[in-house]
Design a protein around this ligand. Sequence first.
Ligand code: ZN
Length: 132
Amino acid sequence: MNLHHIAIAVRNLDEALAFYQDALGLELAERRAVPEEGVEIAFLPAGEAELELLQPLSAEGGVAGFLEKRGEGLHHICLKVPDIDAAMEQLKAGGARLLSDAPKTDAHGTRYVFVHPRSAHGVLLELYEVRE
Ligand code: ZN
């Protein structure tokens, strides 16, 4: 199991990119809106993992609520798993709370699921299926 990305919730993606891309020197690999999650995201590779910047598309939704309550900052950590169905079964068997009953699929066809922070000791945890 490897780290896939670390996600940071930001109020303004352009301003955040001015820091992470321009000032810090990371390269922007991808930027796109994810309407079904209510966010615009940007990925910046950092070594073998990536930083994901998340900006809410509206005042509704999880990331907007997160920013209102806690301000900008670390939003979630994502680990790669080889088999998401097996990982979900194992977590459910151990009593962990998942944010959806079935994996979701992103724009690249990759399946993912979130684990509730209460089950992951205070961190929102994302599992991303990468068959290697
Ligand atoms: Zn993520």
